[in-house]
Design a protein around this ligand. Structure first.
Ligand SMILES: Nc1nc2c(ncn2[C@@H]2O[C@H](COP(=O)(O)OP(=O)(O)OP(=O)(O)O)[C@@H](O)[C@H]2O)c(=O)[nH]1
Length: 202
C-alpha cells in the first residue's frame, strides 16, 4: 500500500474477557488463541486497509478491561478517531457496562459531543451457547447511543470481524461528512455585532 494512507487511531474498549485482544488478533493476523491472557495496560497493532478507494493505516489500541488497570488504559484514549465498544453476548454484565465504557472513553478522550463521535458496538462470542443478550436489546442500546452501528462477531470463527473493524472507518467518514455540511453555529462570528462592540470600546 502507498505511503499516502491516513493513520486512524482506533480504541477497543469493554469488560475484561469479552474478547478485545482476540478480535484485534483475528483482524490483524487472522489468528485465534483459545488461551488468550488478560491484557495489562494497552497494546497496539497496525493494519492497512482500503475503504471506498481510500487507504488507511488502522492503529488498533487494545486496552485492559479489568477495573484494576483503569489508570493504565485511560491516558491512551486521547486522539482516538473511533472507538469499538465491545461486550460478550453470553455475559449480561458486560452489556450493562457499555454505558460506563462509553462515558469513560468520552471523559478521558476529552470529547464533548458524544453523539457525533464514531462509535461501533460489537457483541462478541456469538459462537458460544447460552446467550444472555438479544440482538434487539443491543440494537436498542445502540439507537440511544447516537445510532452506533452494531455487529455480532466471533473472534473464534471470524464471523463479521473484518466487517466490524471496517465499519469503524466508514462510520468515521460518515460523521466527518455530516460535520462538513453542518453550519458551524458555534464558531460563527456576527460581524455586525463585532463591529458594534469594537466601536463602543475605549
Ligand atoms: N468462544 C469464543 N471465545 C472467545 C472469543 N473471543 C475471545 N474468546 C476467548 O475469551 C477469552 C478472553 O479473550 P481476550 O481476547 O483475552 O479478552 P479481552 O477482552 O482482551 O480481555 P482483557 O485483556 O482482560 O480486557 C479467551 O480465552 C479467548 O480465547 C469468541 O469469539 N468466541
Amino acid at each position: 500500500m502507498s505511503g499516502k494512507s491516513k493513520l486512524l487511531k482506533v480504541v477497543l474498549l469493554g469488560d475484561g474477557g469479552v474478547g478485545k485482544s482476540s478480535l484485534m488478533n483475528r483482524f490483524v493476523s487472522n489468528k485465534f488463541d483459545a488461551q488468550s491472557f488478560h491484557t495489562i495496560g494497552v497494546e497496539f497493532l497496525n493494519k492497512d486497509v482500503s475503504v471506498d478507494d481510500e487507504t488507511y493505516t488502522m492503529q488498533i489500541w487494545d486496552t485492559a478491561g479489568q477495573e484494576r488497570f483503569k489508570s493504565l488504559r485511560t491516558p491512551f484514549y486521547r486522539g482516538a478517531d473511533c472507538c469499538l465498544l465491545t461486550f460478550a453476548v453470553d455475559n449480561l454484565q458486560s452489556f450493562r457496562n457499555l454505558s460506563m465504557w462509553r462515558k469513560e472513553f468520552l471523559y478521558y478522550a476529552d470529547i464533548q459531543d458524544g453523539v457525533n463521535f464514531p462509535f461501533v458496538v460489537l457483541g462478541n462470542k456469538i459462537d458460544v451457547e447460552g446467550r444472555q443478550v438479544t440482538s434487539e436489546e443491543a440494537r436498542s442500546w445502540c439507537a440511544q447511543a447516537g445510532n452506533a452501528p452494531y455487529f455480532e462477531t466471533s473472534a473464534k470463527d471470524a464471523t463479521n470481524v473484518d466487517m466490524a473493524f471496517l465499519a469503524a472507518v466508514r462510520r468515521l467518514r460518515e460523521v466527518e461528512d455530516q460535520m462538513d455540511v453542518r453550519p458551524a453555529h458555534g464558531n460563527t462570528v456576527d460581524l455586525s455585532k463585532a463591529a458594534k462592540s469594537k466601536s463602543s470600546c475605549c
